[in-house]
Design a protein around this ligand. Structure first.
Ligand SMILES: CCCCC/C=C/C(=O)SCCNC(=O)CCNC(=O)[C@H](O)C(C)(C)COP(=O)(O)OP(=O)(O)OC[C@H]1O[C@@H](n2cnc3c(N)ncnc32)[C@H](O)[C@@H]1OP(=O)(O)O
Ligand SMILES: NC(=O)C1=CN([C@@H]2O[C@H](COP(=O)(O)OP(=O)(O)OC[C@H]3O[C@@H](n4cnc5c(N)ncnc54)[C@H](OP(=O)(O)O)[C@@H]3O)[C@@H](O)[C@H]2O)C=CC1
Length: 281
């Protein structure tokens, strides 16, 4: 363990999308470091399964679950009230997101809304709701948003996600200034490839490859979760408005998302096959 075991003792974190993938790994790490946790996502059963796993891995883990579709602003306010009933959270991790590969000119309005509604609007509702509660209570807080490399360099065939994540970067930079006097920090991580069931199924039709990554491998979840723990901890207390890239050097090698070059030549049949392969949720 790289950090003191009590690094996050006394802290309470709300992790959106905390029932699966990277959100679940981040939550588990925060629990190991002494935080208590609130997790939200649309599927209650997925959240419950995560809690069982947390409790098996981290004896004494304090975790609450809050099923919520963050695209619904009213539901987000109710979810935050529910979280706050057990005491205020002081860390928000904007991790929930929606993304899939598609030709942008063929997207329906509902498809665009599904991605922007979750990744941008949902994160904005959560951030504003937490920020308002912190400012009204005169307490400090930290917002960590999980971006993608496409926030920095665009994302062919995932344009709505790139647009949403770029918006979250603008939110991080804007509110770092506006909320600084209240002792609220906003930070972000732009991860390269950290394999999760959802990301590989939706975004890596050819499997995970490392040709465009100088470090020649995918990221390990602990490499992301330790960075997240550091950024929300008091050790990063003077860091705000910044985005840390954790991508094994992919961006500096000029790397578009793996596979995008090949997708420029995909046929309609290739795109139909990709749509058929993509899980519904
Ligand atoms: C390993 C490398 C990683 C690289 C970077 C990773 C980035 C990530 O963000 S990974 C996170 C991925 N995780 C998720 O996306 C989980 C959440 N996603 C979902 O729940 C669905 O994918 C969703 C976004 C489609 C939302 O589901 P739901 O609310 O149930 O919406 P619908 O199924 O009703 O669909 C709404 C609308 O979108 C159209 N659509 C759905 N899938 C596709 C697709 N693959 N291609 C094109 N269009 C799609 C769907 O047809 C609906 O539109 P209408 O037909 O006009 O009603
Ligand atoms: N894995 C990777 O390599 C990379 C991931 N990222 C980012 O990391 C984050 C996690 O991705 P990953 O773990 O791979 O993917 P997952 O699909 O496992 O995580 C997404 C989570 O968000 C939840 N979610 C989705 N839509 C909503 C909604 N409308 N309301 C509430 N919760 C919702 C999902 O739960 P449910 O379906 O139950 O709602 C799920 O738990 C995302 O922000 C992603 O963009 C960035 C770069 C690379």
């Amino acid at each position: 363990m790289a950090f003191a075991p009590g690094l996050l003792a006394g802290r309470r974190a709300l992790v959106t999308g905390g029932g699966t993938g990277l959100g679940r790994s981040i939550g588990r790490r925060f629990l190991e470091l002494g935080a208590s946790l609130a997790i939200c996502g649309r599927r209650g059963a997925v959240l419950d399964a995560a809690v069982d796993a947390f409790r098996a891995d981290v004896p004494g883990a304090v975790v609450t679950t809050h099923p919520c579709d963050i695209r619904d602003a009213v539901a987000v306010e109710a979810m935050l009230d529910d979280v706050w009933r057990d005491g205020p959270a002081d860390i928000l991790v904007n991790n929930a997101a929606a993304n899939f590969l598609a030709q942008t000119h063929r997207l329906s309005a509902r498809a665009v809304d599904a991605v922007l509604g979750t990744t941008l609007h949902g994160a904005a509702y959560c951030t504003v709701g937490c920020g308002r509660r912190w400012i009204e209570a005169g307490q400090p807080g930290v917002v960590l948003s999980i971006l993608t490399l496409s926030a920095l360099q665009g994302g062919a065939f995932t344009a709505p996600s790139a647009m949403a994540k770029a918006g979250l970067l603008a939110m991080t930079q804007s509110l770092a200034v506006e909320w600084g006097p209240h002792g609220i920090r906003l930070v972000a991580i732009a991860p390269g490839t950290f394999p999760t069931e959802a990301a590989v199924a939706r975004l890596r039709p050819g499997g995970v490859e490392h040709a465009g990554v100088p470090l020649r491998r995918a990221g390990k979840h602990e490499e992301l979760t330790d960075l997240a723990a550091f950024l929300v901890s008091d050790h990063a207390g003077y860091v705000t408005g910044e985005c840390v890239v954790a991508d094994g050097g992919r961006r500096l090698l000029g790397g578009a998302r793996a596979g995008a070059q090949e997708m420029l030549d995909w046929t309609d049949a290739d795109w139909a096959a990709q749509r058929a392969r993509t899980p519904a949720r």
